[in-house]
Write a protein that binds this ligand. Structure first.
Ligand SMILES: Cc1ncc(COP(=O)(O)O)c(C=O)c1O
Length: 395
């Protein structure tokens, strides 16, 4: 565990780190940028251009909030209770081996050995950190387009080439085209289910990429929404291979976005490389409330399934309604979001019109400029959304 006597961050840019960065093609002018990114400033790089932040518009209190892919409800009751109980022991950095208990729960549910599990305050830090560690001005980043764009920002920020590859006709990551587009990239990013399309990329496709990419390149599989899909996941790849990182978050189905907890599964050697830049503080000093809630929630298989089914019912109801109104909905979403194309109105116009009706939807993506991303809220949220759409479109 961390040295609790002296919980001060290491100097962000150590001599060792400087040597590492220079040997990978970074120049001295990148040092400050990397220190900003990893020294608690991950959010900064994401918000330099606000359009890239998950929450494209400031949340409107009192509106139906279906713009940011949050869960419509909070943590499972057992998770909330565990968090509340541990508040009473908030005087302790770690009251009772709580990180270890979290890792045991993850091991039990996912079958990932404990030395391959790391907990983070959400998944945004490890997302940007993989870019700094495995990409560089000499080794690029390859992502789908559209996808969750944080790596586009981080790549630009650190001077790495970012290659964006359209999804296949059925909205999978086109792994063959991704490899062909930059065969020497340092990092290939697979977001499955993908944000904003909600579509899955089959594990076999990820295995193909793993077997055909350069040996020293890394695949990051971002499974932020996997619990909503109830589909096979990539955890096993991060157990059997030393070049695949799987990333999870408690911000989505587990309803803990504001509590901040995420996970990575990867070989210890990869983690060691990722943690060169600012010591281990970011992973060893997580808020105990988040750790306790996460531990109590992970194993609740029946409740996870029930929440998934609740989301699917609300999503089906809303998308059926939109289709009945003659709107086209991008098919195949397995997550708490879908994309819809408005007939003769732009996503911006619809966003404003629906907000005037008290419903806040998401934004569009450059690859699909006529479509808006709508997050799936509760059944009641989605009914209000459908009513608002009718009002705006039918008058
Ligand atoms: C695909 C994807 N990955 C990662 C994240 C980061 O989430 P967090 O930092 O809350 O774990 C998000 C947030 O929306 C996301 O959509």
């Amino acid at each position: 565990m961390a040295d609790y006597e002296n919980p001060v961050l290491d100097r962000p840019v150590s001599d060792d780190m400087q040597r590492d960065l220079l040997s990978r093609g970074y120049s001295r002018r990148h040092f400050g940028r990397i220190a900003t990114l990893l020294g608690g400033g991950v959010a900064l790089a994401q918000t330099i251009t606000p359009a890239f932040a998950q929450q494209s518009a400031k949340a409107v209190v009192g509106a139906v909030r279906i713009g940011s892919n949050e869960c419509w409800t909070g943590p499972f009751p057992a998770g909330a209770e565990a968090a509340m109980l541990i508040v009473q022991q908030g005087n302790r950095y770690e009251p009772d081996n709580n990180h270890a208990k979290l890792f045991e729960a993850v091991n039990q549910v996912e079958g990932v050995p404990i030395d391959r599990i790391t907990a983070w305050p959400g998944s945004s830090d490890p997302l940007s950190r993989t870019a700094v560690t495995f990409a560089s001005p000499e080794r690029g980043i390859v992502t789908a387009d559209p996808t969750y764009e944080v790596l586009w920002r981080t790549g630009d920020w650190i001077g790495a080439k970012v290659t964006k590859v359209p999804l296949t006709a059925d909205y999978r990551h086109d792994v063959k085209a991704m490899l062909a587009a930059d065969p020497q990239a340092g990092l290939y990013y697979i977001c499955s289910p993908n944000n904003p399309t909600g579509t899955l990329t089959p594990i076999e496709d990820i295995i193909w990429l793993a077997e055909n990419k350069p040996k020293d390149a890394i695949i990051l599989v971002d499974e932020a929404y996997i619990h909503f899909a109830g589909a096979p996941n990539a955890a096993r790849l991060a157990v059997e291979r030393d070049d695949v990182i799987v990333m999870r978050t408690f911000s989505k189905l587990f309803g803990m976005a504001g509590m901040r907890l995420g996970l990575t599964f990867c070989a210890p050697e990869l983690l060691e490389r990722m943690m060169r830049y600012d010591g281990m503080q970011v992973i060893n000093m997580l808020p105990m409330t988040a750790v306790a809630a996460g531990t109590a929630s992970l194993t609740l298989a029946a409740q996870i399934e029930a929440r998934r089914n609740e989301m699917i019912a609300a999503r089906t109801m809303a998308t059926d309604h939109l289709k009945k109104r003659g709107l086209s909905v991008l098919p195949g979403s397995r997550a708490n979001m879908f994309m819809v194309e408005w007939k003769d109105r732009t996503p911006k116009e619809m966003m404003a019109a629906l907000l005037a009706e008290g419903v806040q939807i998401g934004r569009s993506w450059t690859a699909y400029p006529k479509m808006s991303r709508v997050s799936v809220g509760s059944a009641e949220d989605m009914e209000k959304f459908c009513l608002a759409v009718d009002k705006v479109m039918l008058g």
